[in-house]
Design a protein around this ligand. Structure first.
Ligand code: GLY
Length: 360
């Protein structure tokens, strides 16, 4: 499969999707960063023991000096204290502006390592080696990097495009079913917002094994949709908001579960069903759409409704980055495969979401 090229002028890069390609990481990085001597690798306590040794061998073979930093697995690691520790360790290692940071892991590793790369020495090159389905179809592409703050997730961050994304689909075999389903929420999202035939293909064979039989094509389709959106709106001021279908409401569910009861993908799945119902209530979405979204999420083991208080809806809507003053932009479906940005009063959104929860 040919690499997918993200065309962003001088920040352009390729996404290479291939089973087993992690072992070629050294050659790829050598080609892309010819002046680099040192690579600072960030991974986590789940992924490191599985995949760091083969990566280390490949990178050393290509002549790089390495320093690895293993963070505890989990969202709690996306914090300012760990970010600061990474900066210090990078400087201790002697990283220079021609060297690079490598993220080997899921979204937490990519977001934290990417933000460290964006800011250390005012920015160094950054390579994404995503190892979860969610990171492969979403967070490793598009350059959003961030840490969480006490006020919410991803509230301090930057746009720092990777120099290269290398996706080895073989590594998905070690994901638990729950973590695989977590990524499926984002896969389903792409069908909902941009590609009805892809949605129908998922619905025709809704199982992990069917997805894995076609995984390179599934990853390519998702990343290609994200490519088009990011090329048009790199800095997320317009069309890129479509990628947030189900996310505003999903953030309320994550908050309602104290960020531990529900994974991001589970919250997004229930958020997509609620956003489809919202679209029906606002006269934008055909009445049969919520049932189709619900059935596909359910088939992949994702929740389709999550209990949430009015206060949590209001808090999530209030802190959403798509809000300005009294209004918020929500993403609605005009049909499966076509999404629109719809501006509405925050208070009305909260009222409507509460009313869905009251319906038996
Ligand atoms: N994950 C949404 C975006 O990259 O814009």
């Amino acid at each position: 499969m040919n690499p997918l090229h993200i065309d962003l002028g001088e920040r352009s890069y390729d996404i290479h999707i291939e089973g087993g390609c992690l072992k070629n990481a050294g050659e790829h990085i050598r080609d892309l960063c010819p002046k680099a001597d040192k690579l600072f690798v960030v991974t986590d306590s789940n992924v490191g023991p599985l995949y760091y040794d083969p990566l280390k061998a490949a990178l050393e073979q290509a002549g790089f000096a390495l320093c690895v930093h293993v963070i505890p697995a989990g969202e709690e690691s996306k914090n300012a204290a760990l970010l600061s520790k990474l900066w210090e360790d990078m400087l201790e290692f002697g990283l220079t502006r021609t060297d690079a940071v490598v993220a080997l892991g899921g979204g937490v590793v990519g977001d934290l390592a990417g933000f460290a790369a964006a800011t250390v020495l005012r920015g160094v090159d950054f390579i994404q080696l995503p190892t979860t389905l969610l990171a492969q179809v979403d967070s490793s592409v598009g350059g959003k990097v961030a840490i969480d703050l006490r006020h919410g997730k991803n509230l301090a961050g930057a746009f720092h495009q990777p120099k290269f994304v290398l996706m080895d689909c073989c590594v998905l075999s070690t994901l638990s079913d729950k973590t695989f389903s977590d990524g499926m929420a984002e896969v389903i999202k792409y069908g909902c917002i941009a590609d009805k035939s892809f949605f129908d293909r998922l619905a025709a064979q809704p199982s992990r094994s069917a997805i894995m039989d076609n995984i390179e094509s599934v990853l390519y389709t998702c990343c290609d949709i994200k490519r088009q959106v990011v090329e048009e709106d790199e800095l997320d001021t317009g069309r890129r908001m479509l990628l947030n279908f189900g996310h505003t409401i999903g953030h309320a569910y994550e908050l309602a579960g104290n960020y531990t009861a529900w994974t991001h993908g589970q919250a997004v799945a229930a958020g997509m069903v609620a956003a489809a119902k919202l679209g029906v209530a606002l006269g934008v979405t055909p009445a049969d759409v919520p049932g189709q979204v619900e059935a596909l999420c359910h088939a992949f083991g994702l929740p389709t409704a999550i209990p949430c208080s009015a206060a949590d809806y209001a808090a999530a809507v209030g802190r959403d980055k798509k809000g300005t003053g009294a209004d918020i932009s929500v993403i609605l479906l005009e049909e499966i495969g076509r999404a629109v940005v719809h501006k509405m009063p925050k208070a009305r959104l909260v009222r409507l979401l509460n009313s869905f929860d009251k319906v038996p």
